[in-house]
Ligand binder design. Structure first.
Ligand code: ADP
Ligand code: MG
Length: 678
């Protein structure tokens, strides 16, 4: 009896499952047909033959030809996944997620099962996973646990032309393991034509070209340089919308803030035009955009409407949006720059390269003839733009990579097989910095502290803060602060019409001028006390989504603490202990107040200011320690905490001497002498 009812139940369920399955099947069939229309499809068999024959292949193909979504599937269909997973690396988080979602749909499987993705702090894979999209940084970290990548049968380093730091390091590592793992296949794929260089590097690996279809693109320049490219971009979008034939618009911007500004202004202006014009759908896309909204850019534009995608560089080659006919290119992107002399890193808005400009233009000519509106002059293009972007390895702080390589047992960094070596000054600076953080000893060998630091997927300074929190018995607070810092600058919400309320709510967390780090901790702890209440977030102008992300990150950091055998202990009442833990990681970032209200960084003197958003912006402590520098109108310190100068000597005696922090001395001397002491 019981048995039969169970059977009944199962059967019923199967029926409704069946309907779902039918629908899924239909979608899958549709997508299967679509797959066959991609340019790469014609080369499927030839490509598979080449993979069989050669261990390393360089693949070049126009963006949108199907490299990222199709090649891993072809390999799966050809049986490679029976021997091990197929990895496909992406320089950007959003690309890894979005492409994995697409491929899981095409294969008709649940995301995270056969097809998954792995990005920092988010692992959407399972035992079942055969095709794994991941950021290049994540694959780099996988070497730590599995130095021969034994669980993989194929590694595809995708978007190789982007030359991110992690991709460049991966090149060296995969080239090395390919020598003792002849069964491991390597695919290096790139959207641009610098394939020869990749081929040379990989011992003359064959180059497989996928001819893309590309329609003519009409390029328009402005007659004179634009004073305000944001405004120019808005005007151009509206002009296209009212004067040009149907087709979607793609605008390249430098970051979330710019995108949000333009989004708002465009909405406002089109509302003003009422029903006189067709509907304009605005779709933003940037790294921190919530996943649900990311999918929106791929939805087909409804009949009669026009879509405008406001994107960061991510749409240059990583993501292909069908239906784009117009590109608006202001000619800028955010780029990291690093001064190895001072060890200072900042994110700057810079002109793009010619190669980028051409990629951007090409996005309009994928499905038909397109138009690209460059918001700069043809003279600018010809004479001011560099040919190519400098690889990241030559313009970034290398401390993180050096720590990873050292943990992998690679000691001789000078002779590491770099495709383009980093400046030796930068390498030296990284070694120096890691030595100062006690991650390396004077012979350049990894210390116990260094080994523990390498376990955390964080910058060395943050990792050091966590390791040091053991000594100050405040690891609970340290991981909360690290998680909040890792979320980025999206904790506080400041709607235009409620700025005063929002600012007041924010100041509550700063009571006692505790500094920005402790304020972040206060936010986290208060939220935790409300049992992670959403309502509480609304009331305090805090972004719920960011807080949830902080909680996820925190959970993972807590797990890693356990792995490096640091007990979770709380020392909430002793703020100095917490600040000392912060100082243990960030002592390089110290600054001293000047008479005019500016600050001077203590080592490698440079003038900096407290960011207006800081809780200490009006307080101006004599000594400060900061999380990062951002250059906008001035060089600003973001996330600032007051510091007692003796801590520097106490915590980093090999880096600071008494004379560096001698407050009294500078008072006695005639003006300007504090500086001479440095
Ligand atoms: P490539 O890597 O050569 O640039 P892709 O494999 O990324 O090309 O893209 C192939 C096709 O898949 C494009 O037409 C693109 O629009 C589509 N596609 C990729 N990701 C998605 C997605 N998340 N949703 C819908 N379509 C997508
Ligand atoms: Mg791609």
């Amino acid at each position: 009896f019981v048995k039969s009812s169970v059977i009944e139940g199962t059967k019923l369920e199967e029926d409704s499952d069946q309907e779902d399955a039918d629908e899924k099947d239909m979608l899958k069939r549709e997508l299967q047909d679509e797959r066959k229309t991609l340019p790469i499809y014609k080369f499927r068999d030839e490509l598979l033959k080449a993979v069989e024959e050669f261990q390393v292949i360089v693949i070049v193909g126009e963006t949108g030809s199907g490299k990222t979504t199709q090649i891993p599937q072809y390999l799966h269909e050809a049986g490679y996944t029976a021997k091990g997973k197929v990895a496909c690396t992406q320089p950007r988080r959003v690309a890894a997620m979005s492409v994995a979602a697409r491929v899981s749909q095409e294969m008709g499987v649940k995301l995270g099962h056969e097809v998954g993705y792995s990005i920092r702090f988010e692992d959407c894979t399972s035992e079942k996973t055969l095709i794994k999209y991941m950021t290049d940084g994540m694959l780099l970290r996988e070497f730590l646990g599995e130095p021969d990548l034994a669980s993989y049968s194929v590694v595809m380093v995708d978007e190789a032309h982007e030359r991110t730091l992690s991709t460049d390091i991966l090149f060296g590592l995969v080239k090395d393991i390919s020598r003792f793992r002849p069964d491991l296949k390597l695919l290096i794929s790139s959207a641009t034509l610098d394939a020869e260089k990749f081929s040379d590097y990989f011992d003359s690996a064959p180059i497989f070209k996928i001819p893309g279809r590309r329609y003519p693109v009409e390029v328009h320049y402005t007659k004179a340089p634009e004073a305000d490219y944001i405004d120019a971009a808005i005007v151009t979008v509206l002009q296209i919308h009212v004067t040009q034939s149907p087709g979607d618009i793609l605008v390249f911007l430098t970051g979330q803030e710019e995108i949000e500004t333009i989004d708002e202004i465009l909405k406002h202006r089109t509302r003003g035009l009422g029903t006189k014009i067709a509907e304009l759908l605005i779709c933003p896309i940037y790294a921190n955009l919530p996943t649900e909204l990311q999918a929106k850019i791929f939805e087909p534009t409804p009949e009669g409407a026009r879509k405008v995608v406001l994107a960061t560089n991510i749409a240059e080659t990583s993501l292909t949006i069908d239906g784009i006919k117009y590109v608006v290119d202001p000619g800028f992107c955010k780029i990291k720059s690093y001064n190895p002399r001072t060890g200072m890193e900042s994110l700057l808005i810079n002109p793009i390269s010619k190669a980028s400009a051409n990629q951007r233009a090409g996005r309009s000519g994928r499905t038909g003839p397109g138009k690209c509106f460059r918001l700069y002059t043809s003279y600018n293009y010809m004479h001011d733009l560099e040919d190519n972007t400098v690889p990241e390895i030559q313009r970034t702080n290398l401390a993180n990579v050096v720590l990873t390589l050292k943990s992998l047992g690679i000691h001789d960094l000078v002779n590491f097989d770099f495709m383009d070596p980093p400046p030796s000054e930068a390498l030296l600076k990284a070694l120096e910095q890691l030595f100062a953080l006690s991650a390396l000893n004077s012979r350049g060998e990894l210390t116990k502290t260094g080994r523990r630091m390498a376990e955390f997927p964080l910058d060395p300074m943050l990792s050091k803060m966590l390791v040091a929190s053991e000594k100050y018995k405040c690891s609970d607070e340290a991981i909360s602060i690290a998680s909040m810092l890792s979320v980025g600058n999206s904790i506080f919400y400041r709607p235009k019409d409620k700025q005063v309320h929002a600012d007041n709510a924010r100041l509550n967390f700063h009571t006692g001028n505790v500094g920005d780090h402790i304020a972040l901790l206060n936010v986290y702890n208060s939220w935790r006390e409300t049992d992670y209440s959403t309502q509480w977030c609304y009331e305090n102008y805090i972004q719920v989504r960011s807080m949830k992300r902080a909680r996820d990150i925190r959970d993972q950091l807590e797990g890693l603490l356990e792995r490096v055998e640091i007990e979770v202990s709380s020392n909430a009442s002793d703020l100095d202990a917490i600040k000392k833990a912060i100082t243990s990681g960030f002592f390089h970032h110290s600054a001293r107040l000047q008479k005019n209200g500016s600050y001077r960084t203590v080592k490698n003197p440079q003038t900096v200011f407290i960011h207006p958003s800081s809780g200490l912006a009006q307080v101006l402590p004599r000594w400060a320690i900061y999380h990062e520098l951002v250059l906008t109108t001035k060089e600003y310190m973001r996330q600032v905490t007051e510091l007692k100068p003796d801590w520097l000597v106490e915590i980093a005696p090999h880096y600071y001497q008494l004379k560096d922090v001698d407050d009294a001395g500078s008072k006695k001397l005639p003006k300007g002498e504090g500086r001479a002491a440095l």
